[in-house]
Design a protein around this ligand. Structure first.
Ligand code: DI6
Ligand code: FE
Length: 415
């Protein structure tokens, strides 16, 4: 396999420090799909003069910023229909409860998802994935959770696998059967959890479609005890677990998930400062989702000070979904995290690279620029990382490499 050498780059390596890991006038050698060497351009092990001999493609980055490929570690990218009508009705004065009572809300998306074929769901999800990819996305997590029965949860996860094949994007598939109570189980939530544990999850797992298991623990969804039962079923199958927790109230879901070894707890606006230490002790990543906070016009801020004090890894994600976060941009997610949560641009970039990789259990492979890791990287037409969080509605992505292959030809780059 041929090698690729990037020269004259401003690398944000996102190394073990808490910073960007910046290296100016740097070079990076890719070999066999992985990063083989990083150093200064002056010390390159190969140069443009001997490319013919070494079969090396050389790209002169001319000072541009190079970051790891971006990772969206929490999305609901596959679903039928949309909820623009609800958005409109709410702005005309209808309450969320009225809309839900008339068959709206999450149940509306469940009905539209059940009614759609695999092909229709795929066609609808592709532009969403492509939009995220246009801003340097190389890995995305996609959850089920709008099927709420075996057939339809499996259908959603199949679509996630099809997206991976079609786009060459790395897709992590998460089973979220316990997202909401389907209407046919109204007032029988324990029976539904039995179905999730004994039928739906084992069936999806048997098809090889489950990389992790998530549960929505909230008064409008499932209790801590019900979440614990789903986690036990996941762990019997050897699957990693994670939770949507403390989004709207403090039920204790994040603490329960962390003490059971969850990879991440997501949302956590209502998590108390005193409970943050448990996340640290259990190496559990805090995934913050500013898109949902923005759309729902939430006031309760996540416990950022305590997360920093306890050195909890903080990841950021789009939570892309048709209801609470119809967001398809990690750059805007970073800006929202800075503006709404007062995260720093450094934390924001670490949140969609190394800490997102940790939230998916993939930090040995991706999330930073280090020799040995997969060569997932993005070339940006900016000179320093804060530009990515600071500007709104500007996409400076010029080239993306996924596992050593250029995805988009390098406009503005000299080869
Ligand atoms: N939390 C959310 O914000 C979304 N799901 C979840 O567990 C909402 C999903 C939707 O409204 O469709
Ligand atoms: Fe979510």
């Amino acid at each position: 396999m041929s090698q690729t050498l990037l020269t004259n780059a401003t690398l944000a390596c996102i190394d073990d420090s808490s910073g960007y890991g910046l290296r100016e006038n740097a070079a990076l050698l890719v070999d066999g799909g992985r990063i083989a060497w990083i150093g200064s351009t002056r010390d390159c092990p190969v140069s443009s003069a001997n490319t013919a001999i070494n079969d090396v493609e050389v790209y002169d980055c001319a000072g541009k910023l190079v970051t790891p490929g971006l990772i969206d570690c929490h999305t609901h990218l596959v679903y039928g229909g949309d909820r623009a009508d609800e958005f409109e009705r709410r702005l005309e004065g209808a309450s969320y409860a009225e809309i839900a009572a008339n068959g709206g809300g999450i149940v509306a998306t469940v009905m539209a998802t059940r009614a759609a074929t695999v092909e229709q769901l795929f066609e609808q999800a592709l532009p969403r994935a492509r939009q995220l990819m246009s801003e340097g996305l190389t890995t995305v997590e996609i959850k089920s959770g709008y099927g709420l029965d075996s057939t339809n949860e499996i259908k959603m996860l199949r679509v996630a696998a099809m997206i991976e094949n079609e786009l060459g994007l790395r897709v992590v598939k998460t089973f979220l059967g316990a997202h909401a109570l389907p209407p046919e189980y109204a007032d029988r939530s324990d029976d539904y959890i039995d179905l999730v544990c004994n039928e739906m999850l084992p069936a999806a797992h048997a098809e090889g479609l489950v990389d992790a298991v998530d549960v929505f623990i909230e008064s409008i969804a499932f209790s801590v005890e019900q979440g614990e039962r789903v986690f036990a079923a996941a762990q019997r199958l050897g699957l990693p677990i994670k939770a949507h927790a403390e989004q709207l109230s403090d039920l204790g879901g994040a603490v329960m998930a962390a003490t059971h070894g969850a990879q991440s707890v997501d949302h956590i606006e209502y998590l108390g400062n005193k409970d943050v230490a448990l996340l640290a002790q259990n190496d559990c990543v805090a995934v913050l989702l500013p898109g949902a906070f923005y759309v729902l016009r939430e006031q309760q801020l996540p416990p950022l000070g305590a997360l920093r004090e306890q050195n909890v890894a903080i990841a950021l994600a789009s939570d892309s979904n048709p209801g609470s976060s119809p967001l398809h941009s990690l750059l805007l997610t970073m800006n929202m995290a800075c503006t709404l949560f007062r995260m720093t641009p450094t934390e924001a970039l670490r949140g969609i690279t190394i800490n997102a990789a940790r939230a998916l259990g993939l930090a040995q492979q991706i999330g930073s620029l280090e020799p040995g890791k997969l060569a997932d990287l993005v070339v940006w037409n900016v000179d320093r990382p804060a530009m990515l969080s600071y500007r709104i509605g500007m996409n400076p992505c010029v080239a993306v490499m996924q596992a050593g292959h250029w995805r988009k030809s390098g406009q503005g780059m000299s080869a």
